[in-house]
Design a protein around this ligand. Structure first.
Ligand code: SF4
Ligand code: SF4
Length: 128
């Protein structure tokens, strides 16, 4: 039986929460975050979000997501893209995608070949 930990174990390094931009929040992300924070939309918009073109993102503070403090402080309310990272299906498309994500995330199992990683990842995704 394949387990996520066969291909990925988070090292809590925080790299994925750093940078001057964050992932964008779709409508479901926004609702989940508002509910999790127990605040009004206006408060959350004012205190935690920023508009970037047509998208809503989380604000950044000192070069990292506003919810990062030695780890994610909003686990149950975080955007789906944060939940998915780093196991993005694009890994299965090309080895270049795999290498780019591997470079960005030390939690990816480096012992596995690309083919073996994809085989296990496909099982986890329940792909045929
Ligand atoms: S970059 Fe990878 S290992 Fe580091 S915190 Fe993010 S998911 Fe975990
Ligand atoms: S919501 Fe959490 S996991 Fe996502 S970028 Fe912010 S701190 Fe990181």
């Amino acid at each position: 039986m394949v387990k996520i930990s066969d291909i990925f174990i988070c090292q809590q390094c925080g790299y994925c929460c750093q940078g001057e931009t964050t992932v964008s929040l779709d409508e479901n992300d926004q609702k989940r975050m508002i509910k999790h924070l127990g605040k009004q939309r206006e408060e959350v918009t004012r205190d935690f979000w920023r508009q970037n073109g047509n998208t809503i993102q989380m604000r950044t503070v000192d070069g990292h997501c506003i919810f990062y403090d030695n780890g994610c402080t909003i686990h149950a309310g975080k955007p789906w893209r944060c939940t998915q990272w780093p196991l993005h299906p694009s890994i299965l498309e090309t080895q270049d995608n795999f290498e780019i994500i591997k470079e960005s995330c030390p939690g990816i199992n480096r012992e596995l070949s690309y083919a073996e990683f994809c085989r296990k990842f496909s099982v986890l995704l329940r792909l045929p």
